[in-house]
Design a protein around this ligand. Sequence first.
Ligand code: 5GP
Length: 197
Amino acid sequence: MAATPRGTSPVSPDARPRLTVLSGPSGVGKSTVVAHMRKVHPEVWLSVSATTRKPRPGERHGVQYFFVDDEEFDKLVANGELLEWAEFAGNRYGTPRKAVQDRLEAGEPVLLEIDLQGARQVRESMKEAQLVFLAPPSWEELVRRLTGRGTEAPEVIERRLTAAKVELAAEAEFDETLVNTSVEDVSRELLALMKVL
Ligand code: 5GP
């Protein structure tokens, strides 16, 4: 089945690259979509967030995240170095501001993969940003994906499911919705929204 764009906003005639925010419930497959997209289009720049979460097996500092401790994160916040940040399921996550600004000034499309609270902050500070919601094909599928990842403790999964219910209700705040039925289709849709294709 193809990814279904359910957006309501008209396509902007302005072809300048802009900031695109991909958000959606934890476990919906945002990082899989982004990883696939970058394999096919390595020129698309994805912001690397700072987080206080511990690395999962295979994750590397500076690649998936900048892994920092609480004190370092406090400093990033205090110095205004984060474009947005949020606490999610007991850890903090934030987007380093300067790298994003540099890319936008260079005229390159920029993609952020962040949670709902972060998406709302970006909407407030950058009106021109394009907010894209990645929705699961169904609630059952989301539960299956979150439970099946096998890397998280049961209480962590429980917290993420609670957060996911709140996040699903926020779809209407977004400019576009893509339903994650196929990684390839969603990646293509996202690239089209970013005007890379
Ligand atoms: P995970 O721990 O599974 O890598 O990420 C948990 C959640 O944090 C995901 O929904 C992810 O999109 C979000 N996230 C990752 N980086 C950032 C960030 O820089 N800011 C915000 N607000 N959320 C982020």
